[in-house]
Design a binder for this molecule. Structure first.
Ligand code: CP
Length: 311
């Protein structure tokens, strides 16, 4: 791969994403073949912001490849709390490991890190900006559950303004033929205008709606998101908007029999627990696919093939 870092999903061509999905499919089919592929390699997970899935799936991915992991799960437990810059932190940790996955609350922090790093940097989420490895997870999930990434109507529902997973997924899906976006959000949490401009520039069909019931029957994929308390400046606005959309069994009756429900998780109230037993609910499978696609990403960025041989 020419670009050794993954900062935005647009760092990958559609062809490279397809190759990574194929590699993940291969790992799922025969995990044993990859169990020593990263022997003696080390991954650092530098999480300046909380995470459950992303950090632990990265660590599980490296361990399942026979490698090792080190890192921190909050800025408080690193020398950043003493005032050290991200640049210096990255420059130092590059001396200890082969690859770094980092999450940071500030948009652009992984770009700064990549400019300074001597090892590949993976953006594991930067503020309300991008979350490209969630997008790879989402694409693998759609590919495995629906069998294609083109000819899909995808509904994105909830906090579309601050939802970095939504922004990255839209950018990725713009590359595929005959994708239609149905953007379901309150007026205050609409997709930012720069993302709408990208949809328009690509000539992709989209519509913005406020009521999910009106569009449920059109969708192949319903991608639910959480209204993110941590991105609001005003608690009253969060309280007013947080329960705008709650997917429940009654609303699922309006959907196609083969629609899938996705969610990057964590969820709060936006999907009722009763939906978990619906065979169309994919969000827990999605978390497992997250580990496999991160295995494929680590192998790709390190230029490693099966059994640790150079690809
Ligand atoms: N989907 C996701 O990014 O989850 P975490 O915040 O738990 O990593």
């Amino acid at each position: 791969m020419e670009n050794r870092n993954l900062i935005s999903i647009t760092d990958l061509s559609a062809g490279e994403i397809d190759e990574m999905i194929k590699l993940a499919d291969d790992i799922i089919a025969d995990p044993e073949a990859y169990s020593e592929a990263c022997r003696r390699k080390k991954l650092a997970t530098l999480f300046f912001e909380p995470s459950t899935r992303t950090r632990l799936s990265f660590e599980a991915a490296m361990l399942d490849l026979g490698g090792n992991v080190l890192g921190f799960s909050s800025a408080d437990s690193s020398s950043v709390s003493k005032g050290e810059s991200v640049s210096d932190t990255i420059r130092v940790i590059g001396n200890y490991v082969d690859i770094i996955a980092m999450r940071h609350p500030k948009e652009g922090a992984p770009t700064v890190a990549a400019a300074r790093s001597i090892v590949p940097i993976i953006n594991a989420g930067d503020g309300g900006h991008f979350h490209p490895t969630q997008t790879l997870t989402d694409l693998l999930t759609i590919s495995r559950k629906i069998g294609r990434l083109d000819n899909i109507t995808i509904g994105l529902c909830g906090d579309l303004q601050f939802g970095r997973t939504v922004h990255s997924l839209i950018e990725a899906m713009l590359r595929y033929e005959n994708v239609k976006f149905v953007l379901i959000s309150p007026e205050e949490l609409r997709v930012p205008s720069y993302i709408i401009d990208k949809i328009r520039d690509a000539g992709t069909e989209y519509k913005e709606v406020t009521k999910m019931e009106d569009v449920m029957g059109e969708l192949d994929v319903l991608y639910m998101t959480r209204v993110q308390k941590e991105r609001f400046f005003n608690e009253a606005d969060y309280v007013r908007l947080k329960d705008t959309y709650i997917l429940d069994a009654e609303k699922m009756q309006l959907a196609k029999d083969d629609m899938i429900v996705m969610h990057p998780l964590p969820r709060v109230n936006e999907i009722a627990v009763e939906v978990d037993s619906d065979p169309r609910a994919c969000y827990f499978d999605q978390t497992l696919y997250g580990k496999y696609i991160r295995m494929a990403l680590i192998l790709t960025l390190l230029g490693i093939g099966r059994n640790g041989k150079k690809a």
